[in-house]
Design a protein around this ligand. Structure first.
Ligand code: SAH
Ligand code: SF4
Length: 374
């Protein structure tokens, strides 16, 4: 049956179409039902949006013309607007994306030989202020909606020609919530978005290939494990509460012992489902042999991998990157204890796309709009 009766439509003003992105299947069906449509239309629509990546109802050829027109009258599938797109010498791509309220966020695509990882943001800025992180210096913060989180994936796939979603040579094989923001401080929207990413009839990413990175919001780690079952990365960065309190203020609320207990209890972790610990290498701060030894003691009973991230500098940052020799010594101690400990090669440094370098201009008025000095 075609979508017909506008009498069932939700009370929307002309020109005020709502997004359908980020809704779950049931919510999408509800929206269509409100327009007098049957559930199978919602399934067709889902496939168009997330399997074929079509962002324009007019192109949905299996839907009757009238249905396409009605949908376009009430809804849209717009991605965030690309304000800037940069490609690094190493192939990393970064998009500065403008949201409908004018705020800006960034997403980064990192191609590697065996995978392509899209790093997406969960908030504009971040309420936490880890001392080594550029995002943490940005004052303006708001949560992203599920549509804005999913929209980053759709934007990247559009740009990379990565449709249909099931293509065997797809570019985006992994998604990491490691961009701007603390995903667990925006739990509901992140959870909705993740469910869309995992849906088998759409973007079809496997749980193992979606990684949520957190600075350690302990109560929500368990919930994320139970409800979403995605891979977990913990931004550890220090091995004593004294240092972690100083460089990651969230530690005062959820200290190391509680954080590590939440990791031990993370669902699936004992089926060799490894947790990734991220550890930024800060010269003379957390990079000594004794730090490495404490680190392996702390995680002794947790199946884990330790990603060492050489500190990525940003303007006026209070830290320096550890020397390569020091990083290697540290990595060796961790490896000798039986943990894989890759040193992350900084990617996209020339376009400020590396870990911890993301920061949008949302905290200040756009330069172009500022008054010009006489
Ligand atoms: N807020 C979440 C998600 C952001 S992930 C979290 O903190 O886990 C971004 C990763 O990059 C985190 O591990 C973060 O600690 C790390 N990071 C932040 N600033 C960095 C910098 N300047 N150099 C290297 N890594 C950094
Ligand atoms: Fe926020 Fe993560 Fe940066 Fe800390 S490291 S300020 S939690 S984005």
């Amino acid at each position: 049956m075609p979508l017909s009766s506008a009498a069932f439509a939700p009370p929307l003003q002309a020109g005020a179409q709502q997004t359908l992105l980020g809704l779950g299947r049931a919510e999408l069906a509800d929206r269509l039902a409100a327009l007098g449509e049957k559930p199978f239309r919602a399934r067709q629509l889902w496939q168009w949006i997330y399997h074929h990546g079509v962002g324009d109802f007019a192109q949905m050829s299996s839907l009757p013309q009238a249905a396409r027109a009605l949908l376009a009258e009430h809804f849209h599938l717009a991605r965030p607007t690309v304000s800037a797109h940069q490609i690094s010498a190493d192939g990393t791509q970064k998009w500065l994306l403008r949201l409908s309220d004018g705020n800006e966020i960034e997403s980064v695509f990192i191609p590697e030989v065996d995978r392509g990882t899209l790093c997406i943001s969960s908030q504009v800025g971040c309420t936490l202020s880890c001392r080594f992180c550029h995002t943490g210096t940005q004052r303006l913060v708001r949560n992203l909606s599920a549509a804005e989180i999913v929209g980053q994936v759709l934007n990247a796939k559009d740009a990379l020609g990565d449709w249909p979603a099931s293509r065997p040579d797809r570019s985006v094989t992994n998604v990491v919530l490691m961009g701007m923001g603390e995903p667990l401080y925006n739990y509901d929207n992140v959870a909705r978005a993740v469910r869309v990413l995992l849906d088998d009839g759409g973007l079809k990413l496997s749980r193992r290939r979606v990684t949520l990175s957190t600075s350690g919001v302990v109560p929500l780690i368990r919930r994320a494990g139970e409800e979403l079952g995605v891979s977990l990365a913990i931004s550890l960065h220090a091995t004593t509460d004294e240092l972690r309190d100083r460089i990651m203020p969230i530690n005062k609320k959820y200290p190391l012992a509680e954080l590590l207990q939440a990791c031990r209890e993370y669902p699936g972790v004992h089926n060799a489902r490894r947790i990734t610990f991220e550890y930024v290498m800060l010269k003379g701060v957390n990079d000594g042999d004794e730090d490495a030894r404490r680190l392996v003691e702390l995680i002794a009973d947790i199946p884990a991998k330790v990603n060492l991230i050489p500190f990525n500098p940003w303007p006026n940052a209070p830290y320096e990157r550890s020397d390569n020799v020091t990083i290697e010594r540290f990595a060796q101690i961790v490896r000798d204890a039986g943990y894989p400990s890759p040193v992350r090669t900084p990617r996209g440094e020339d376009i400020l796309a590396a870990c911890g370098q993301l920061k949008s201009a949302s905290e200040r008025p756009r330069r172009a709009a500022a008054p010009v000095a006489p």
